[in-house]
Design a protein around this ligand. Structure first.
Ligand code: DC
Length: 231
């Protein structure tokens, strides 16, 4: 099995895309890329520069200054995955706050932002051997990915998961706030003009509302191995 494939994982927020992506990358010795982290880092950049806030978006200034945001991933041996750096600062923690989550869809709807990030994503994946998760990986970034997954589960299940994660990180949020964010992000992500979240025709849909992590991994690893056997 020397030849490598590309694995594209798309789906709604908090459907466990990154969990399965990390598991697959580890098992196959592939690189895991969290494309959502890039949109979050761009959002943090826009927040810091005061281009975006709860009630405003200065689209023109953000687009004009896109080159000032330099993004890169750096592998963290201890954690076993790559962390996000914005202008050489580790922003892994900052980009996961509810504040960023509440603004990211606005930034991710801007075509110029998407163009910049998609170009970086294509470059990272050009030699295959990557597992990338996001919203448009199977439909835009790697249309020719050998394995495409589309993850779903109910909004309530997802909000519960996200709420637990945020509380464990010490954030002060309520379940209702988190559910509202999940539902609103679904709405914006699926209705935006540029690269809306949708299932690619050749993607396998995985609803994991009632699947254990182990059962899900076993099923998806089998799919990946089938693809590897066929190339
Ligand atoms: O996967 P995530 O929740 O960390 O992603 C954050 C946001 O970024 C999500 O609400 C939509 C956007 N996103 C996107 O538009 N395209 C991607 N490929 C990945 C994320």
């Amino acid at each position: 099995m020397n030849r490598k494939i590309t694995i594209a994982i798309d789906g709604y927020s908090s459907t466990g895309k990154s969990t399965i992506a990390k598991q697959l990358a580890k098992e196959l010795g592939y690189v895991y890329v969290d494309s959502g982290a890039m949109y979050r880092a761009m959002t943090l950049f826009a927040m810091k520069e005061k281009y975006v806030g709860e009630n405003f978006l200065d689209r023109a200034s953000l687009i004009h200054n896109l080159d000032k945001a330099s993004l890169r991933f750096q592998f963290n041996e201890a954690l076993g995955f790559a962390e996000m750096y914005l202008n050489n600062e580790n922003v892994e923690r900052e980009i996961r706050t509810l504040e960023v989550s509440n603004l990211v869809s606005k930034i991710a709807a801007i075509s110029e932002v998407r163009k910049k990030l998609v170009a970086i994503q294509k470059e990272i994946g050009k030699n295959k051997g990557v597992v990338m998760d996001g919203r448009d990986i199977g439909t835009v970034v790697f249309k020719d990915a050998e394995l495409k997954l589309f993850m779903t589960s109910s909004a309530e299940t997802r909000a519960q998961r996200r709420f637990k994660e945020l509380i464990e990180k010490g954030e002060k949020v309520t379940y209702e706030e988190v559910l509202e964010n999940v539902v609103e992000r679904d709405r914006v992500d699926t209705t935006r003009k540029d690269s809306p979240l949708l299932k690619a025709d050749d993607a396998v849909e995985v609803d994991n509302s009632n699947l254990t992590k182990e059962a899900q991994f076993e099923m998806i690893l089998k799919l990946a191995k089938e693809k590897l056997g066929n190339i």
